[in-house]
Design a protein around this ligand. Sequence first.
Ligand code: ADP
Length: 265
Amino acid sequence: LRANFSVIQKETGFVNGLIAVLHDITEQEKIDAERREFVANVSHELRTPLTTMRSYLEALADGAWSDKEIAPGFIEVTRTETERMIRLVNDLLQLSKMDSIDYKLNKEWVNFVVFYDRIIDRFEMSKQQNVTFKRMLPNHAIFVEVDEDKMTQVLYNIISNALKYSPEGGQITFAIKEKGDNIIVSVTDEGVGIPKESLGKIFDRFYRVDKARTRKLGGTGLGLAIAKEIIKVHGGKIWAKSREGKGTTIAFSLPYESTEEDEWS
Ligand code: ADP
């Protein structure tokens, strides 16, 4: 905290007032430090795929291109790295859009039970692992006001993580619960889990529990940070519960007013 003092003096020379202006410099410094760290992270995240691509392209240029055994693999690596950069840049654009002050949601009243069910269907149809899906959804409508595209992205980010970290034969449980003026939407997996000390950090930009492993799985480290921003602008909260080696639950709340109509539709 920094204080600037100004003395109010009358022509007579008597001091009859004092103005103190307090600046919260710690807050400003924190923001500056975060911004610097963010730029450093972005640069690092972009440099990694670029340097990988450069070395593979150099090898191809040096003659590997004519080797039918090696060349396709090398080209595939550069393609995967390009895809990763595109994902990263898209995620960054999404975050920067949400950081701008005139960010607007396109909200509509949506029956969240049907909406969630459809998204789960999509994952169930396209999943390539041996993972079972369990749905614990209410059998009545729950109308909440959300931006469907944004909410789809939140669920997509959470469910793809649950699949990524699920073991062979694991189960993923999808639930919606009503709790007071909120609904709680959750995704629970039986995967590797998250260490206690990391639980609060997984929603930070670029935070990963295990950098090498998640990079191999193709993550950008921004998925949950984006989810957190979207839930925040919807007036909800997002959190994680986990036990290492047992599994993880990612849950979020959304404001909800239950009405008679919902109960019967
Ligand atoms: P990423 O693109 O790396 O998946 P996220 O922001 O989606 O980035 O997640 C941040 C980190 O949180 C992940 O790198 C991973 O370490 C951890 N994490 C997220 N979801 C799970 C989960 N269901 N099980 C275990 N770890 C998870």
